[in-house]
Design a protein. Structure first.
Length: 347
C-alpha cells in the first residue's frame, strides 16, 4: 500500500510524466506581463473554484487584473500529489494542494526555497454545508467504521485529502489501513458506480458527485471528513512557490484579488442563471443538478474572502504526524500568508 512518503527524486520523476500528459489552457500572449503556471488539484468546478473562476467569460467580464497584472496557464492534474510534483519540478508556480500533498513537500524539502499558503479553496466538516462522505450501498451490512475491516475502499488518489481522512478514521477505530483493509484508487466520477457494481465495498463521494448520487437513495454514508477530524478542516488550499512570490508579488496579489472577485460573482444571486450555465457548459453537468447545490448549503463551505486560518490546516497535518504518516510536526503558521489577499482576514 503506498504511503504518504515521497522522495524528492520520485516527486520530480512524477512531474515529468504529469507535464507531458496534462492538458493546458492556451497562454495569452501578453508581453512583459508575468505568466502564472497553475496546477489544479485534480478536481474541476465547482469543486475547485479556480477552474471556473478563470473560464473565458469570467476573465473577460469579471476579473479586473487578468491580462494586465498577470496571465495564467492552467494544468489540470489527476490529483494534488501530481500538482505537488509539478511544483517540485519547477513546472508550476501556483497550485491547489491538499494537506497531505503540502506536508509531503515540506518534510521532504522537495520545492527549492519552499512554499507559502496564500488562500483557502474549500473546507470540510462545517455544520450546514456538504461534507465528503464515505458511502456504501443502502442495504450493506457495513454500519460503522469498525465494519470496514477486511473491506475494499475506493478513493481518488493515494496521499490525497480523502485518503488521509480515511486513514485517520480507520486508525481511530482500531483498523490498520495497511493490513486490515484494501484501499484502491478510482477516479471520482467512477466511485459511485463501483459501489453499485460491488467492485468496492465503500467509496468516497465529493462534490459534485455527492450532490448527484445521494438523491438517488441507494447509497448511505458510514462516516464523513468532519467525523475524521472532529470538525472543520481545510481540504484544499492555494500555494505559491517562494521563488515566484519573491519575483512577482504583485502578480500573486492581483491573482488573489481576481480569485476573490470570482467567488463573489459566482455566489451573487443576480448572476445565478449565467453562473449555472457556465458551470454546466464546462462540466457537462445538468443545470438542474448544479442549481440544487452549487453555492448553497448543499455545497462546501468557502470563505467569501478566501481566508484560511492556520488551525483549519493544522488539524489534518497534526493527524498525519500522530499517525506516523510524516516524521515531524509542521507548524502551519510558518508557511501561511493571508496578507496577500485583497481584504483583511479576521481569523
Amino acid at each position: 500500500m503506498p504511503s504518504f512518503s515521497m522522495s524528492r527524486r520520485a516527486v520530480m520523476r512524477g512531474a515529468a510524466g504529469a507535464a507531458l500528459s496534462a492538458p493546458f489552457v492556451s497562454r495569452a500572449a501578453f508581453a512583459a506581463v508575468p505568466n502564472i503556471r497553475y496546477a489544479t488539484g485534480g478536481g474541476i468546478g465547482p469543486n475547485e473554484m479556480e477552474t471556473i473562476i478563470f473560464l473565458d467569460y469570467v476573465k473577460q467580464n469579471v476579473l479586473k487584473n487578468y491580462g494586465k497584472a498577470y496571465t495564467l496557464d492552467m494544468t489540470f492534474t489527476r490529483g494534488t500529489p501530481e500538482a505537488a510534483a509539478l511544483l517540485a519540478a519547477g513546472q508550476a508556480d501556483l497550485a491547489t494542494l491538499s494537506g497531505p500533498a503540502f506536508a509531503t513537500i515540506i518534510v521532504k524539502d522537495a520545492v527549492p526555497n519552499g512554499l507559502t499558503i496564500i488562500s483557502d479553496n474549500y473546507q470540510d466538516g462545517h455544520a450546514g454545508n456538504a461534507t465528503n462522505s464515505f458511502m456504501v450501498l443502502k442495504d450493506s451490512p457495513i454500519k460503522t467504521i469498525a465494519d470496514l475491516k477486511g473491506k475494499k475502499i475506493g478513493i481518488n488518489a493515494f496521499a490525497s485529502a480523502v485518503d488521509l481522512a480515511l486513514r485517520v478514521a480507520l486508525k481511530k477505530n482500531g483498523i490498520d489501513p495497511r493490513r486490515d483493509v484494501e484501499i484502491v484508487e478510482i477516479a471520482f466520477p467512477n466511485i459511485a458506480s463501483a459501489i453499485r457494481e460491488k467492485r468496492i465495498d465503500c467509496g468516497v463521494l465529493v462534490i459534485p458527485f455527492l450532490a448527484v448520487e445521494s438523491p438517488k437513495g441507494d447509497l448511505r454514508p458510514v462516516f464523513t471528513g468532519g467525523d475524521a477530524f472532529g470538525g472543520p478542516s481545510s481540504v484544499i488550499f492555494q500555494v505559491t512557490t517562494n521563488a515566484f512570490l519573491k519575483e512577482h508579488p504583485e502578480a500573486v496579489k492581483a491573482f488573489l484579488a481576481d480569485y476573490v472577485d470570482g467567488i463573489a460573482w459566482f455566489y451573487d444571486p443576480a448572476n445565478r442563471d449565467k453562473a449555472i450555465q457556465l458551470v454546466s457548459d464546462f462540466t457537462k453537468s445538468s443545470k438542474d443538478v448544479l442549481n440544487s447545490y452549487f453555492a448553497t448549503g448543499r455545497d462546501y463551505y468557502r470563505d467569501p474572502n478566501a481566508c484560511v486560518s492556520a488551525q483549519t490546516i493544522q488539524k489534518p497535518l497534526d493527524a498525519m504526524f500522530e499517525e506516523k504518516l510524516i516524521d515531524r510536526r509542521i507548524d502551519v503558521a510558518k508557511y501561511l500568508n493571508v496578507g496577500l489577499l485583497p481584504k483583511p482576514c479576521a481569523l
